[in-house]
Structures are given as C-alpha cells and as structure tokens.
Design a protein around this ligand. Sequence first.
Ligand code: PLP
Length: 376
Amino acid sequence: MSHEHLAPATVAVTAGRPERVQGGPVNPPVVLSSTYVSQGVPGPELLYTRSGTETWQPFEEALGRLEGAVLPGIVFGSGMAAVAAALSLVPDRGVLVVPRHAYQVSLGYADDLTARHGVEVRRVDIADTDQVVAAMDGADVALLESPTNPMLEVADLPVLLAAARERGVRTVVDNTFATPLGQNPLAHGADVVLHSVTKYLAGHSDVVLGALVTDDPELDAALRGYRTLHGAIAGPLEVWLALRGLRTLHLRVERAQQNAVELAGRLADHPAVAEVRHPSLPSDPGHERATRLMNGYGAILGLRPHGGAAAADALVAAVDLWVPATSLGGVESSLERRRRFATESPTVPEDLLRLSVGVEDVEDLWADLDRALRSL
Ligand SMILES: *Cc1c(COP(=O)(O)O)cnc(C)c1O
C-alpha cells in the first residue's frame, strides 16, 4: 500500500513505526548508546550519537511527512537550538528580516547576531505584506512567524514566500503555533520550517526539543552539519517521548482549537474583557487570512481585561484550573501576562495575557475563567 496520500491524522499515528516482523515491537526502541561498533573508514551507518542515533530517526521521519517534505526533519535539543541553526544561514554583516512581534528569544538571538556578526536586523509588521516585501530587498534571510507570538498576527505566507524566492531571500518559517496540521509552509516555497517541539508536537510539557524541516538537500546537509559541529543535540529519551506525544497531535490540536474557538466567542461578550484576540473571531484582523490560508485557527488566545496590567495579574492569580506558567501547547491550559518579561517587545500591550488553551472540558475552563474575571 502506498503511504504517499495518507491523511495527517494517519501519518501521525503510523509514521516511524518499526518494520512489521513476527514478534517485533510496534514502537521503536530507545537506544542508549553514545557510540556504535565501527572500524576502518566510517561509512553512512551510525557511528557516534552526536552525529546520529536510530532513536531520532522515527520522529524525524514522522515530522518530515507531516510537513509534506520528502526529507526527514532534523531534531535539535531545543527550539532555540533550531533557531540558531536556521539563522546560521545569515552571513556575517548580512541582512535578516524578522517580525517585530515574534517569539522573544528568537528576536534576542537576532540582536545577538547584530552584536557579534554585524547583521542588520529589519523588524517588520508581518501582517503588512507591502512592508515585509519592501524589507526583503537586499536581505539574505527572512524569519517568518504566523500566527505571531504573542499578538496572533497572521501573515500572507504564500505571497511573502513567493516574494522572497523572487529576490533570492532564504526563508525560515516558525510553524510552532499553527503546527503541521494548520499549515505546511514548504508547500508555499519556504526553505526551512522551524518547530519548538516542546509545544504542540510533544504536547505534554515534559520535554524541551526543537526541529527543522527542509526539502533542499544542500540545506539539509548544512543544517545537519551545524548540529553535529555545535553539538546542539537532543537526548534519545526526550525524542522518544516527543514521538509518543506526536501520535495524538491531531486529537489534541482538534480539541484545543474547538475549546479556543468556543472560549474566544464567550470572552468577546464578557463585561470584564476589553479585547480578545483569536483569528476565529470574524472581527479579528487575522480572520480573513487565517480562514483562507490555515486549517483551523490555532489554540492560543490573546486577552486584555478591563483594568490594565494590574487586572491581568489579578486574573492570573485568581484562576484555579488554568496554570499560571510560561510556554504553551501542552494538554493543560495555561496563561501568563507577556510583558512581565522585560525583554518582551514594547509594542505588546502591558495588559495582554496569552492563553494556551488545552484539552480539558470547555465548560470547566469557562467556569474558572468566568469566576476569575468576575472577581476582578
Ligand atoms: C517556545 C518557542 C520557541 C523556542 O523553543 P524552545 O523549545 O523553548 O527552545 C521558538 N518559537 C516559538 C514560536 C516558540 O513558542
């Protein structure tokens, strides 16, 4: 049977299984060995775990297939290790385009490239297509994120990726928020797709991992070479856990998105709420694009209660079920006020709460939020 045209839900469950043999395991084993038996001139087989281990391969295969790539993904020890590897494509004194709102540590990394390698960083409003395209003139690499963290701006990715290609700008798309079920940027011409596997892919807030996916053999070799050279590798146990999490990606994302859509609608009508951001809302600036370009609207909400940053902090303190914590994409619902970090972009509102909606019962999530909001 051809595995070319299986639906993503089937790929999530079936990809990266061991060969079917009588008495064989249905799951790949975890191999804990730093080195492999070898002598003489090293061949393509396994040699040493920093350059490759069989425990990475099933996860890399499954992620590559979910992103619609021919090549397997490349797993890293964290999302930031994947960001560092991808941004190694920016030459010294080169030009890098980034969203003004994006994962804050990625933006910090871009600033570090300026400080250490003289890279010019151009910050753009990712929702303003003309502005992004103009910034691409003379650029080397564009790091795109959509929807953005934490503002949930939605980019016109197909148009931006085509414009980058015409100008010879390499593109890296951080697909952490949308997941491979929400959009596949390689299909629109992205050079590299980036994931913080820590979030939805692993999905249980129990590992920190990252990954890149590319279908360009030269980039694949360069990025794998970077991983080996810099030692930015993942432990076999963590990658095995990520594959276990990936098996239910479609179920978790589907439920979390349903919950998010329901909560966004109810929050929009709540008297204690000043603004809700979620691309599912017809009034949201990203609604039209997300409807056209994405499968689903994601499960991250932006929420600004009446009463400013103090009210936002009070809400975080008042919830019982929702977990006050950073990070996102776990089965449990969590929330935080983003500007509690001094490094968050100053154009992110002081009172903005980022809610990561999990897979609990939506009525329980609502009851907890509603009670906390009424207590403000
Ligand atoms: C968390 C996150 C990262 C960084 O990943 P880590 O696994 O925490 O290193 C990068 N991009 C986005 C959008 C993220 O949410």
